[in-house]
Design a binder for this molecule. Structure first.
Ligand code: ITT
Length: 208
C-alpha cells in the first residue's frame, strides 16, 4: 500500500510536538493519531547520526507495525558554538533524569562563557512520511535564532524559553502557539508536507 493521506499516525509520544503538528494540519482532511493511541508500540532507539536517519527509523517502524502511513518528526537544537550540539541528542542531553527545564538550564550553564556575538543556534525539524510498503518522503525545516543568557517565557516545550527569535523580538517560550507556528522549524517542514499533500490530491483528481 503506497502513501495514504486520509489517516496518518504521527510517530511521537511528545505531546508538545503533536499539539503543534495537529494545529498546523487542522485545515487538511487528514485524520491524525499519535502513539498515545497505540500504547502497545514500543519505543524506537534513536541511534541515527542525522535527523533524517532517526525520522525515517521512527516512521518506518510505526508504518510497518500498524500497517498505516506514518509521519515522524525528528528535531533538535543545533548550537553553532558547540559544533551543532545537542543536535540529534537534544531529547537526551543531560541524561535520563533530566526534564525540559533541567536540560535548558544545563545548556545555559555549558554556554555561560560564550559571548553575545557567538550564541547563534538553529532549530531543525525533519519530517519523514512512510507508507507500509516503504514508500517515503522527507521534509526539512530550519529556524535560526540565538541562545539567551536566561530563560524567557513559559510557553511551548523543550528549549523554547532559551531560544530567541530576533524578528519577533521574543523567545519561543514567550510566543503563543499560533505565533510559533508561523515561523518554527516544524512549521517550515510541515509547509513542505502540506504542499506535497496538495500536489498528491491534485494529481489524483486529474487521474479521475
Ligand atoms: P518523539 O521521538 O517521541 O517524537 P522526542 O522528544 O524524543 O519525541 P526527538 O527525539 O525528535 O523527540 O527530540 C527532539 C527534542 O528537541 C525535544 O525533546 C526537545 O527537547 C527539542 N525540540 C525539538 N523541537 C522543539 C521545539 O519546537 N521547541 C523546543 N524544543 C524542541
Amino acid at each position: 500500500m503506497s502513501i495514504q493521506l486520509d489517516k496518518i499516525v504521527v510517530a511521537t509520544r511528545n505531546s508538545g510536538k503533536f499539539i503543534e503538528i495537529k494545529k498546523l494540519l487542522q485545515e487538511t482532511d487528514i485524520k491524525l493519531l499519535s502513539l498515545s493511541d497505540f500504547p502497545e508500540i514500543p519505543e524506537v532507539v534513536e541511534d541515527g547520526a542525522t535527523f533524517e536517519d532517526n525520522a525515517l527509523k521512527k516512521a518506518k517502524f510505526v508504518a510497518s507495525s500498524l500497517g498505516v502511513t506514518a509521519l515522524a518528526d525528528d528535531s533538535g537544537l543545533c548550537v553553532d558554538a558547540l559544533s551543532g550540539r545537542p543536535g540529534v541528542m537534544s531529547a537526551r542531553y543531560g541524561g535520563p533524569n533530566c526534564n525540559d527545564m533541567r536540560r535548558f538550564v544545563k545548556l545555559l550553564e555549558e554556554m555561560k562563557e560564550i559571548g553575545a556575538g557567538h550564541r547563534t543556534a538553529s532549530f531543525v525539524c525533519v519530517m519523514a512520511l512512510v507508507a507500509p510498503d516503504g514508500e517515503q518522503r522527507l521534509f526539512r525545516g530550519v529556524c535560526e535564532g540565538r541562545i539567551l543568557d536566561e530563560p524567557r517565557g513559559t510557553g511551548g516545550f523543550g528549549y523554547d524559553p532559551i531560544f530567541y527569535f530576533e524578528e519577533f523580538g521574543m523567545s519561543f517560550g514567550e510566543m503563543d502557539l499560533d505565533t510559533k507556528n508561523r515561523v518554527s522549524h516544524r512549521a517550515r517542514a510541515l509547509k513542505m508536507f502540506a504542499d506535497f499533500v496538495e500536489e498528491s490530491v491534485k494529481s489524483k483528481a486529474s487521474q479521475g
